[in-house]
Design a protein around this ligand. Sequence first.
Ligand code: LLP
Length: 438
Amino acid sequence: MTTKNQEHFYFAKHDTVALANKYGTPLYVLSEDILRQNIRVLQEAFRDVHFPIKISYASKAFTCLAMCKIIDDEGLFLDTVSSGEFYTALVAGIKGEKITYHGSNKSIEELTYALSNCVGCVVIDSEQEIPTLQQIAASLHITQPVMIRINPGIMANTHERILTGKADSKFGIPFAEACGAAQKIVAEAPNLRLIGLHCHIGSQIHDHEAYVAAASNLIALYKDISARLPVCLQEINLGGGFNIDYLEQETLFDIKGYAKALNQLFLKHFSDGNIAMPTVGIEPGRYIVGPAGITLYRVGVIKNLSGLRKYVNVDGGLYENPRPAMYNAEYRLLVANKYNQPKDDLVTVSGRCCESDTLFENVMLQQSEPGDILAVLHTGAYQQSMASNYNRLPRPAVVLLKGSESEIIIRREEKEDMISKDSVPSWLHAETKGEKDV
Ligand code: LLP
């Protein structure tokens, strides 16, 4: 048993400095224990509601084979938006029936792939998709369960770029046109079976009022469609979007309060026995994986520009975390090998991309020096999954922690990976060096 180093920051019982030294930096670290715990909190919150609950994990937040295995093991369903996400899930052993397929502009190839592999449900995002999907389902001689994604025209309280349920959005079928779309499915798509209505109003949403407003709209539509058309609807899916506490002053989404509010709403509308209580679907991504991840960096060059700013440069950057550049995202961070020292240094942390690449602007940090390890918290969602190879920078590894164990679940890319998909046209061949010559 090793003794705890009081100066070091521990995450999920692991010494983060030791992890950085063992696996290198930058490093994404994910705790399986925290992941499973977050899932349990969700399941527990909906334990006593009067509707069947269907929890899907939104794999766009972070996915890989190991992640899919954990999700499946916890009994969750999965939400996917691309052949890559869908393929990852299938290879991990998740049955097609447990997967929902989303997307605002799905290709014929990906829909054919999903339907051929028994995808549980396709969420139709536009009227244009109906005949395409009908043709594919007919050619495969199957009846495909589908939902319609409705744009409920609701403004939620979050960053403009991750707001998806407002009227001006590329997503979903406008509320006023939804009944027409349902009619079209019934009349013109015999190989599609409409099983429910879906909406997703945005991400990192702090309170449940907007959800309840969206749910009320969907319930009215659900009843209207059920009364007018020969369909057997069974699900209202309200999407994901629950916020996490990136900063200390933020509070985590009140999932229990949300479950309670939905319970009241659904009881009010479905207890007269006219229409059976639907299944309620939720699709959180960030809430499950966000707080389960941290990122470790090594400090390099420090530049103190007198009277201006102190730059602390780290070995990551916008290529491995584009969120600060895209959404002005803020995080909690600390110097992992000086955990107990006061945060009395005002710095700006920069990444290594050839851009200004400001990761964390004007943050209070422990006095840092080259070689220190910087830990950034709550980075499990939308970081690795949004990383790129800008500047041909190899993407970091992901290490999974469970109890006292740690193992790599996505390997670090090497410089050789940067050319692994390149090819040189025949007319340039003579001038190309072999890999071994460089
Ligand atoms: N369901 C649908 C249909 C979605 O489009 C999304 C997220 C989710 C569920 C999961 O939302 P969550 O619970 O993770 O908030 N890249 C942005 C977030 C974009 C979210 C897109 N859709 C970010 O880094 O904040």
